[in-house]
Each structure stands twice: as structure tokens, then as C-alpha cells.
Design a binder for this molecule. Structure first.
Ligand code: ASP
Length: 318
């Protein structure tokens, strides 16, 4: 099969649009970058002559830095737009900003925005490739891909594993993208959360739902903890952080209910003592939180590579 046929999309907007074969292909490609990133010489010229613009309307440490590193390691000219310093602060609309950047002919635009659907909307107004780096509580596809790579490298095939996603599911794009991906690859997914932090119609997602963390964690292979996303909460969703930790915070006692070798994951940023206890977050025999960060760079390199294949060819002789 020609490489372009293994990923037949102009944009990477969500896990929803991807097939299991496309996901596996991107993970396979990312494996090669994990090895390369551990070498002193990390550069390749897969994106030489291409330009990547990062446009983040929300704060980010991991995603933004890893996209920038991924672009630079692949040889792209990588530009970061600070929303604080741009005309967005002067009232420019999202579409005007998108069309302005598009007029400069970038090859790839990676966008994060607080509104669900904003990145899909933007993609309809540009002709470069667009990557969704997180849109509101909708999708965060590169996070789900890096989580899948982390699981696959530690546990082998994802099919048949039981994964518990715990905490603020309602506001979490990470939970949504992970649910979609894990189900496409054949995992069993459990959601563990208080009723106030679950989306409506959750029973239609094809997952098991638990309100009691002790029951939900019983026998799971993987535990994904989520942050309470206060910035997306209008109103009170939990009585207090202390009470939340008591019922839904991962500590040694609750962890003991999962499989003895269950892995602990968290997309970051962590709120220690709110959704996770430091003792389990820092347990290097169980916690793969820093592996997730490492593999995030490799996954984003793989995403950029597959999108670059579908860009107009570069004539290097000109
Ligand atoms: N960093 C992840 C995101 O951007 C998770 C979080 O913020 O809690 O969605």
C-alpha cells in the first residue's frame, strides 16, 4: 500500500474520523521516533521546507512544547503564536485569524481552543493541514494517541485490556478521545466519576459506568486519572476538593484494588492531593506519567509525518 493510503486525511481533527488501521499505523511510525529521540542526534528532514504554526488560545506546557520540538526535530520552520501578543487581543475573530495565517501559506497549523468545534470550523477556512491540539471538552487526538502508545509499549496489544478513566469525564477532551480510540482498538472502557461529572447519555457510549471508585477499579489493567477542570465549570460540581479526594482520588488503598501490575496514567497537569496522591503519582514501578510526556513528542512527529505525505509535493530542485 502506498504510504499516503495509510492515512487518507488532510487534517487531524479527532480520533472519531480515524480507522483502527490508521491509528495502528501512526503508533508504528511513532515507535521509530521514540528510538530516534533517545539518540544524541535527533534530527531528520521529513518536514524540511515545510512550515508549522502553533496557535494556542489556551495555556499548555506539554502539548505546545512537544509540537514545537516535534516540528523542529523533523526540520520544519516552526512558529509559535502567542495569543496574548497577537491581534486576537484586539478583537479579531477566529476565522479572520485563520484566514490571515493561511494567506502566509503555512503547511500545518496546530490549534488549541477553549470552544468545542472551533478547530473543525477553522479547518474549513484554510487550505493547509490542521491539527486539533485540544478543542474545549470535545477532542484531543494526539493525547489519546500518545496514551495508546504508552500502553502498547508496556502491555502489548490494547485489545482485551480493561481501562478505567476516572474523574472529571464531563469536561475532558482527553477522556472523549481516549474512549473513542480505546474502543476502536478493542479495549474495555470503564468510566468512574460522580454523577455530576459524567456527560448525559453516557450509557450510549458502549462503556461501563461506575460511581464507586472501589468497584470500578477492581481488576483493571490501566488507570487514567483526570484533573478537575475548574476552568470549564460554571457552578459547583463537587462538594469540596477534600471530599473529592476521599472518594475519587487515587491513593495506595484504592490502587490495591486494580491488577497488581496496573499502570497509572495522567495527561497532566496533575493536581496532587485532589485527584491523585503523590505516593502513587511518583511510584516509578506503576506510574507512566513521564513516559506519556516522552512519547508525546514521538507521536506528534508521527502525526506531522502522515499529514505531510498528503501535502503538495516539494520540488527540491527549484
Ligand atoms: N492537558 C490536558 C488537556 O489539555 C488535560 C488537562 O488539561 O487536564 O486537555
Amino acid at each position: 500500500m502506498p504510504p499516503a493510503a495509510l492515512f487518507a486525511h488532510q487534517h487531524l481533527l479527532g480520533i472519531e474520523q480515524l480507522s483502527a488501521a490508521e491509528i495502528e499505523h501512526m503508533l508504528d511510525l511513532a515507535e521509530g521516533y521514540v528510538a530516534l529521540n533517545r539518540h544524541a542526534h535527533k534530527k531528520s528532514d521529513v518536514l524540511k521546507g515545510r512550515s508549522l504554526i502553533l496557535l494556542f488560545f489556551e495555556t499548555s506546557t506539554r502539548t505546545r512544547t512537544s509540537f514545537e520540538l516535534a516540528g523542529k526535530r523533523l526540520g520544519a520552520d516552526t512558529i509559535n503564536i502567542s495569543v496574548q501578543m497577537s491581534a486576537i487581543k484586539k478583537g479579531e475573530t477566529l476565522i479572520d485569524t485563520a484566514m490571515t495565517l493561511n494567506a502566509m501559506h503555512p503547511d500545518v497549523l496546530a490549534v488549541r481552543h477553549p470552544e468545542a468545534g472551533a478547530v473543525n470550523l477553522l479547518a474549513r477556512h484554510v487550505n493547509c493541514a490542521v491539527i486539533n491540539a485540544g478543542d474545549g471538552s470535545h477532542e484531543h487526538p494526539t493525547q489519546a494517541l500518545l496514551d495508546a502508545l504508552t500502553i502498547r509499549r508496556r502491555r502489548g496489544p490494547i485489545a482485551g485490556l480493561t481501562v478505567a478513566i476516572c474523574g472529571d469525564i464531563l469536561h475532558s477532551r482527553v477522556a472523549r478521545s481516549n474512549m473513542l480510540l480505546l474502543k476502536k482498538l478493542g479495549a474495555r472502557v470503564r468510566l468512574i466519576a460522580p454523577p455530576t461529572l459524567l456527560p448525559t447519555a453516557v450509557e450510549t457510549f458502549g462503556v461501563e459506568v461506575f460511581h464507586d471508585m472501589r468497584k470500578g477499579l477492581a481488576g483493571v489493567d490501566i488507570i487514567m486519572m483526570l484533573r478537575l477542570q475548574q476552568e470549564r465549570m460554571a457552578g459547583t460540581f463537587v462538594p469540596s476538593q477534600r471530599e473529592y479526594f476521599h472518594f475519587y482520588g487515587l491513593d495506595e488503598e484504592k490502587l490495591a484494588l486494580a491488577k497488581p501490575d496496573a499502570l497509572i496514567m495522567h495527561p497532566g497537569p496533575m493536581n496532587r492531593g485532589v485527584e491523585i496522591d503523590s505516593v502513587v503519582a511518583d511510584d516509578i514501578t506503576r506510574s507512566v506519567i513521564l513516559d506519556q510526556v516522552e512519547l508525546g513528542v514521538a507521536v506528534r512527529q508521527a502525526c506531522l509525518e502522515v499529514l505531510a505525505r498528503n501535502l503538495p509535493a516539494l520540488d527540491h530542485n527549484r
